[in-house]
Ligand binder design. Structure first.
Ligand SMILES: CC(C)(COP(=O)(O)OP(=O)(O)OC[C@H]1O[C@@H](n2cnc3c(N)ncnc32)[C@H](O)[C@@H]1OP(=O)(O)O)[C@@H](O)C(=O)NCCC(=O)NCCS
Length: 169
């Protein structure tokens, strides 16, 4: 399979959303179970499709309003990894976020998720800070951001988003 054989498109139907949800349910990175109702309210779900129309990856801008958006639900089908599809899904989400008027994108990544961290940094994201997981598991979670407009107060916004989470080394 060639990189050019994959195209990226917004999820347009309940059927496609169900396929995307099934992909996320099969995630092998110890993620928490998918809340299907919250997922269905995502601001955008982006799909990676083969020429035959098979959905081999998905990613979202999570549910929310206003000019700050959160990335999440990134998964690429195991047989299709390391071909740039994760990166393609993230670049497509940035394009969609700009079109939606989002001024700041952020994402949280568990410390051990090297692939996702590289994925964000390659797409232009910056590391903000590490915090302890709010779930009390002792996990370290990295916070990342990408400003899409000049007028964003990055420090103030990120500080508001992290709230009273405890910084981690
Ligand atoms: C994270 C994930 C979506 C990456 O998808 P992908 O299509 O394989 O990623 P890409 O091919 O675009 O990789 C981009 C870069 O990330 C890095 N990378 C990706 N997977 C990696 C891995 N397993 N180990 C080390 N680096 C990795 C590489 O630098 C890679 O570029 P390269 O292949 O040119 O070296 C995929 O591994 C996945 O679905 N994982 C399980 C679910 C998950 O962790 N989701 C994110 C939760 S926040």
């Amino acid at each position: 399979m060639n990189h050019n054989d994959i195209h990226y498109a917004l999820c347009q139907s309940p059927e496609e959303l169900a396929v995307a949800a099934a992909l996320i349910d099969q995630r092998d990175d110890n993620a928490h179970p998918l809340d299907h109702q919250v997922f269905a309210r995502a601001r955008a779900v982006v799909l990676a499709k083969t020429l035959e129309g098979e959905i081999v990856g998905c990613a979202a801008i999570k549910a929310g309003t206003g000019n700050v958006g959160e990335l999440g639900y990134l998964v690429v089908s195991p047989l299709f990894r390391r071909k740039g599809i994760g990166q393609g899904l993230t670049l497509k989400r940035i394009e969609v976020a700009k079109a939606q008027g989002i001024a700041l994108l952020f994402a949280t990544i568990r410390d051990e998720n090297h692939a996702s961290r590289v994925n964000l940094l390659k797409a232009g994201f910056h590391f903000w800070r590490n915090y302890l997981s709010i779930r009390g598991t002792g996990n370290t979670v990295g916070w990342y951001y990408l400003a899409l407009g000049d007028e964003v107060d990055i420090d103030g916004t990120m500080q508001t988003l992290v709230g009273d989470r405890v910084p981690a080394g």
